[in-house]
Design a protein around this ligand. Structure first.
Ligand SMILES: *Cc1c(COP(=O)(O)O)cnc(C)c1O
Length: 364
């Protein structure tokens, strides 16, 4: 059986160091907003090349607090992709604003900057590009457009820790970069965790307030906030793994290279890459009109697969009240019908990739 992700393989490699990091926290009795969170914030800011990093409870909160810190709320529109995890659009509604969907590109699955431009109105206050599956969105045209229009950019980096666009890390382009450390992500803890990064000291200060009940000093509350802190156990585990993130991502890129070599079926489209980008393959996602047949064959032979995402967000019941028509989102609809994600994690062996690829090839 080859799973989509095998968290146990990574844990066994790092067991002693992770166990000790957790035991140190238990012995310190400091569980919330302690030294591990503070040091991790500094280490991640340095790694990404940004000025401020603020640990929060999860990736969804990272996005929500970023929207709130940018002052986005009722009456505002926020443009994002319909081909992403629900959280990306959910937070827009939670902030009181209206999500507006712009179509994606057929090979990278990322938001198409030209479609974003078409969707901008006088009410547009922010764009949330998602670096889906570890592939950076096309940030230059997105940043140019948004700066010209006075619109904020909040990057959803939940799947792209360590990915680069023109030599800079994702999360360092927009007004805010939002990360998730959910166990299956490229940089992952052993529970929920998230982080917001920014160059703007005002936004950083507001996020620090928002994550801790709007509290500047103990029992003094200036604004309505949240309980959204990254706890010390998660931060300690993340510090162990952050030291290896480049090697983990290199392992994913190597696995992707092997899939590219061994998958030869003509009716399978491999994920797009770009000269200017360093893809970190949170997922290895192919496209095929015969997707269901390939998946059935893999599953029958003990290989797990997944469909990210089977129902695009503009077709979700929760957004059925939106005025937006599906007619201008054809690419997201086509991708939802054709995508298939194959097993992907840094420790995947060449032998396993060869086996998976040969089953894919035999489906034709
Ligand atoms: C995982 C994910 C999130 C949410 O992160 P959580 O930590 O699970 O809240 C948001 N956006 C995308 C694209 C994700 O993959």
């Amino acid at each position: 059986m080859i799973p989509m992700v095998d968290l146990g393989r990574q844990y066994r490699l790092l067991k002693e160091e992770i166990d000790n990091a957790i035991l140190d926290v238990l012995n310190s009795s400091q569980f919330i907003l302690g030294p591990n969170c503070r040091e991790l914030e500094k280490e991640i800011a340095a790694y990404l090349g940004v000025s401020h990093a603020i640990g929060v409870a999860n990736g969804t909160d990272a996005l929500l607090l970023a929207l709130e810190a940018c002052g986005i709320g009722p009456g505002d529109e926020v443009i994002t992709t319909p081909f992403t995890f629900i959280a990306t659009a959910e937070v827009i509604a939670l902030a009181g604003a209206a999500p507006v969907f712009a179509d994606i590109l057929p090979d990278t699955f990322n938001i198409d900057p030209r479609e974003v431009e078409k969707k901008i109105t006088r009410k547009t206050r922010a764009v949330i590009p998602v670096h889906l599956f570890g592939m950076p969105a096309d940030m230059d045209p997105i940043m140019d457009l948004c700066r010209r229009k006075g619109v904020r950019v909040i990057e959803d980096c939940a799947q792209s820790f360590g990915a680069e666009y023109r030599g800079r890390k994702t999360g360092s382009f927009g007004d805010c970069g939002c990360f998730s450390f959910f166990p299956s992500k490229n940089l992952a803890c052993c529970g929920d965790g998230g982080m917001v990064v920014t160059e703007d000291p005002g936004i950083a200060e507001r996020i620090r307030l928002l994550r801790n009940h709007g509290s500047r000093a103990k029992y003094m509350h200036g604004i309505i906030g949240h309980n959204s802190r990254l706890d010390e156990i998660q931060a300690a585990v993340l510090r162990v793994k952050l030291k290896r993130i480049d090697a983990f991502n290199e392992g994913r890129r190597k696995a992707a290279g092997l899939y590219r070599r061994y998958i030869t079926g003509k009716d399978v489209r491999l994920p797009g890459e770009r000269e200017e980008s360093r893809h970190v393959y949170h997922q290895f996602t192919v496209r095929s009109a015969l997707r269901d047949r390939i998946a059935a064959r893999l599953n029958k032979n003990g290989v797990s697969t997944a469909i990210y995402y089977p129902v695009p967000l503009h077709r979700q019941e929760v957004f059925s009240g939106m005025k937006q028509s599906a007619e201008d989102l054809p690419c997201a609809d086509a991708c939802a019908r054709e995508v298939l994600s194959l097993p992907m994690f840094p420790e995947l062996s060449e032998e396993e990739i060869r086996l998976i690829s040969s089953i894919v090839n035999s489906a034709f």
